[in-house]
Design a protein around this ligand. Structure first.
Ligand code: NAD
Ligand code: IPM
Ligand code: MN
Length: 356
């Protein structure tokens, strides 16, 4: 199969981990006789430095034309520590999601058995946990009107959802539940927030189309607790943009590390595949970032955008084999990991490649 893939590394460890993700795609192409061609585009701080714009039109055009995008991360401490900055790396990411219509962000939380000891949660609570989050990605407080008044002393961000936005993400989540454990948990804050009341009303309505799916509604505060108390109780979870952002960072501890969590952002056109982690400037340039989240994002890309199920399985199996062989990056190592088994980004990448 012929496909063109756009690599959008962004900032910080985004550069380091997408390099490994790309090598993995290349290895798959060689193994299966596919013809993958690559281009690169700028986003985030890297794009601001080069053009003054966190998402230049040229990058957006390339994204629209490509068959799939492998994205790294954006962000820079310069902006994190300067609340007054008007142009920010994150604006590039949000614009990419909006312009490409990427309303559904799938975040699978699956614990590889070998990493039972990497989490701070007890193994018997974790074993068998397998959750698929559907985070709405183009609405909510992220995209409503925001600003200042009272000479800058009052700030506001409007959270807004329309019925169709909730309906389409709910349908995607129900469809997925039908192919899995037929359980769906919708997370909101309908006891307080009006957008959550619309959310719950719409999910209840869509649920009627899927009588086989067992539905529960949970408040977001209780969900934060239940995820740690009993992660196995969840199958598919659907929630709004901000709640999904926060809950999935929490849920990364079920999988052992932020460095293990991949995601697929899908919608009307080109799909974007991205780790859930950020640019991690605390470890940038040290060569120690875990590339698994990017590699597993590449696996989602192969499966969802290209329909290459076996190829995708091969990548996931390679991750499993590397872990079974005892290799770890620092973030997933524990007290029992021998020093010589703790590898850097490129070295663990080589271990992965040799198992595809
Ligand atoms: P982060 O995800 O970058 O890092 C959180 C912690 O997890 C850090 O200690 C980091 O070292 C560790 N970590 C993350 N990914 C790792 C990996 N692959 N391997 C090993 N350790 C890893 O979140 P943060 O520190 O809150 O944010 C840093 C910057 O990233 C900010 O500018 C933020 O806006 C941005 N950010 C971007 C995205 C994105 O582009 N999708 C996501 C989250 C944060
Ligand atoms: C993520 C990030 C982004 C988000 C930020 C950087 C805009 O945290 O991809 O999870 O909040 O969506
Ligand atoms: Mn996040």
């Amino acid at each position: 199969m012929k496909k063109n893939i756009l690599i959008v590394p962004g900032d910080g460890i985004g550069q380091e981990v997408t390099a490994v993700g790309k090598k993995v795609l290349d290895k798959i192409a060689a193994k299966y006789g596919h013809e993958f061609t690559y281009d690169e585009a700028l986003i985030g701080h890297a794009a601001i430095e080069a053009t003054g714009n966190p998402l230049p039109d040229e990058s957006l055009e390339k994204m629209k034309k490509s068959d799939a995008v492998l994205f790294g991360a954006v962000g820079h401490p310069k902006y994190d520590n300067d609340p007054s900055a008007k142009v920010r790396p994150e604006q590039g990411l949000l614009k990419m999601r909006k312009e490409l219509g990427l309303y559904a962000n799938l975040r699978p939380i699956k614990l590889f058995d070998e990493l039972l000891g990497a989490s701070s949660i007890k193994p018997e609570i974790l074993k068998g946990a397998d959750i698929l989050f559907f985070r709405e990605l183009t609405g909510d407080i992220y995209f409503g009107e925001k600003g200042r008044k009272d000479n800058g002393d009052t700030a506001f961000d409007i959270a807004q959802y329309s019925r169709y936005e909730v309906e389409r993400i709910a349908r995607k989540a129900f469809e997925a539940a039908m192919t899995r454990g037929k359980k769906l948990c919708s997370v909101d804050k309908a006891n307080v927030i009006e957008t959550s009341r619309l959310w719950r009303e719409v999910v209840q309505q869509v649920a009627k189309e899927y009588p086989e799916v067992e539905v529960e509604h949970q408040f977001v505060d209780a969900t934060a607790m239940l995820l740690i108390k009993d992660p196995k109780r969840f199958d598919v979870v659907v929630t709004a943009n901000l709640f999904g952002d926060i809950l999935t960072d929490e849920a990364s501890q079920i999988a052992g590390s932020m460095g293990m969590l991949a995601s697929a952002s899908i919608g009307d056109g080109t799909g974007v595949y991205e780790p859930i982690h950020g640019s991690a400037h605390d470890i940038t340039g040290k060569g120690i970032a875990n590339p698994m989240a990017s590699v597993l994002s590449a696996a989602l890309l192969l499966d969802i955008s290209f329909g290459m199920k076996q190829e995708s399985e091969d990548v996931i199996n390679a991750v499993d084999q590397v872990l079974k062989a005892g290799f770890r990056t620092g973030d997933i190592a524990d007290a029992t990991t021998p020093k010589e088994k703790i590898l850097g980004t490129d070295a663990i990448g080589e271990e992965l490649l040799s198992r595809i």
